[in-house]
Design a protein around this ligand. Sequence first.
Ligand code: NAP
Ligand code: GDD
Length: 377
Amino acid sequence: MKRALITGITGQDGPYLARLLLSKGYKVYGTYRRTSSPNFWRLQHLGILKKITLIPADLSDMSSLLEAVTVSNPDEIYNLAAQSFVGASFDQPLHTTEIDASGATRFLEIIRHLNKNIKFYQASTSELFGGAKECPQDERTPMMPNSPYAAAKLHAYHMTKIYRHSYGIFTCNGILFNHESPLRGLEFVTRKITNSVAKIKLGLQKELVLGNLDAKRDWGYAGDFVKMMWMMMQHDKPDDFVIATGETYSVGEFAEEAFKVVGLDWKKYVKSDQKLHRPMEVHQLCGDARKARDVLGWEAEIKFKELVKMMVESDLRLWKKFTSGENFPWDAPSFPHGMDVIARNVTRDAKREAAAIGGKKLAGKKKKSTWKKLLKG
Ligand code: NAP
Ligand code: GDD
């Protein structure tokens, strides 16, 4: 049975990837970080929370990452964890660098020292092309980051390549263009729009205030894009791939389409506020994923209109449930019954613990336990 470690499993992409890997027979481990209100609702939403094993780890904390790799003993690491909000990276550039740049290097160092056979996937991004003059962008387009987020991701992108070429480690960069879903975080523009459209339709909100309506993005569906993460890790050689739909639409066009789904005219509800514009904008992204198609046979299945409809309808369902007295999924109870969580504990024997969950080879190298497997609930 193959074993995978997914960082950032509580985010949008993590649960879709975990579900895919489970369907392929993987043993799936995921890292989550300690928060005052645990957010496992996406994993619950896809019905996979109890099928995976969770390990607490923070990308800023080397020892927690080392332990996560040791205890999960993975064949493949998918590094999805990040401070992923471009806007916030202008407010917290150092934190963003620490997590998005150095976080990836920490994993590469662990692999180099512990086991060079572990394959590594880095969640790279179309933001790397930020100020590119060319459109569409592909793997050969010069990278011109336009935000602290993109600059940090560019560092991780290069380190991923450097470890491939210097040490022969199987490392891949998935250069993913924007991908969305009903599980998208509410601060990203697509979900902000679809959530507001649902509320406006149900009379729970009056208007929608956005920033730059003219920015253009190549928006795909997260469920399609995670397939490509796995496909590039199964390829006979490590490589970097652009993943995109090849179509680009403006924020205004996304809003127009979303309001259309519920039969409303977007112009009556949407306002643009200069305060929501970014210090430096990425004006247009559109990907050319020809290499992914030709080499790996991947193509985006869900395109713009279908994606918008899926997201609006999902938010409508949620808000209708709310108005009839049901909780939101993000109100899920902390540590729901039956979760498989591995937590730190200094009293147990590491070898036995890791062997019990399949980490024989690496556990043998450790003397003292720092792990205890807890079955919560
Ligand atoms: P997301 O929804 O924002 O999820 C990010 C994940 O990272 C969450 O699980 C988050 O944990 C975790 N995380 C944040 N800081 C961490 C830290 N210090 N230590 C450990 N974990 C931490 O992002 P996503 O949309 O799933 O994207 C996945 C990856 O792909 C990210 O690296 C993103 O930058 C990249 N990417 C995304 C897109 C896109 O359009 N979605 C496109 C290109 C690249 P919490 O849940 O606790 O916050
Ligand atoms: N978030 C947000 N909120 N963005 C807005 C708003 C608003 O109210 N109004 C306009 N926008 C514009 C932003 O200025 C940006 O040009 C565009 O909408 C998309 O913003 P986001 O949805 O926040 O996504 P992003 O493109 O900046 O970043 C996402 O995609 C990247 C890949 O290209 C994130 O998922 C990144 O992690 C990812 O790397």
